[in-house]
Design a protein around this ligand. Sequence first.
Ligand code: F3S
Length: 414
Amino acid sequence: MQLTDYEKRMQNGEMGEPYRKAMDILVALGESFDAERMVEVKNTHLAGASIIVTGEAGIKFAENIQSQGGCFCTRTTSNPTALDSARWRELGMDEKDAEMQGRLTNALAKLGTQVISTCIPYFVGNAPRFGEHVAWGESSAVIYANSVLGARTNREGGPSGLAAALCGRVPEFGFHLKENRYGKLLINVTTPLSGVTDYGCLGYYAGTLSSQDTPVFTGIPAAATPDELKALSAALGSSGAVTMFHAVGVTPEAPDLETAFGGGRPELVVEFGEKEKQMIVNKLDREKSDDIGWVMMGCPHASIFEFADIARAIGDKKVNPDVTLWVCTSAQIKTIADRMGYTAIIEKAGGKVVCDTCPVLAPTRDLAQKMGHRILTTNSAKMAHYSPGQFGLMTHYGNIDKIIEAAISGKWKR
Ligand code: F3S
């Protein structure tokens, strides 16, 4: 790779050991993808912020870099952790996990991370500009940043994200290059879409077909909300390894079909109609019994508008005593939910607003066993996807009104 003088100084250790190690990671990554040079980044979102993904080795890596004088030079934010930093005891989380998570969070903060502990950084103060090169991790956030905001990022893993935050550089390959951002397959949406659950179905269907390719959608309404597009992003990144999508007339790099495909032709053209939508609902609503178990919303983390919908659906009703209801979000969104009275409605009903964490990044299997649950009921296609394999929980899948009704009655209606 061609490196600038400044990059060479980092690489040969003149700036200190943390930067030498970080440049080693970035150069090795760049060489494996035939990158010719580095590109400057001033914004990083770190995926490796939970001990569930980093383990002890990741904690030690961050602590060593910090003790050797490393300091992030980008505006850096962090993904959810393994536990709610304020209520972990009350929620049944482990003392040992809390101690380990504290070490990791502490090291990341000392390195210069703004510890926002959420996968929706773009809703809480870290929204990159159109065309800006960034180094983001967390598949749903990466897809949202590339597709909806028009920023440019690959899916950075834990070590490469840390290295990018230290050096302010990423290797220039993949989605940093315009020629790699065009669509490969065309999905014509022919059924009305309403709410995050429908967009989750579309994303799940498209992710299954796309693998690593970029899908282009027609038929998504221009009025699709940011919450709907975040649900689409999350589902695309769970059933597939997608890094961005285009929605013609909706996302900034797809004013028309020709631009979305860069003048090329789609390799595959498929339809997403009522039949396909129902097929995905049936796939994610796996549990045959009408039991409910653990109701989980907020994957990706719930926005304030989703809180408003959840609070409206609950009203003055009570959650069934056999059901556990959690809404996962960021501490920042919860502050507004507190002010609006949404938290009080949810918790008075018997639910919990859980901050800083999410089921995929928390010890959810252990928690479910402690609570005696074997079913997870959710409006998130991503969570429904991971639930059986990762937590051993079967799933019910439906929209907010349906799952709140189920949480209250204790029964799933088909
Ligand atoms: Fe976010 Fe966790 Fe879901 S990181 S997208 S809430 S799996």
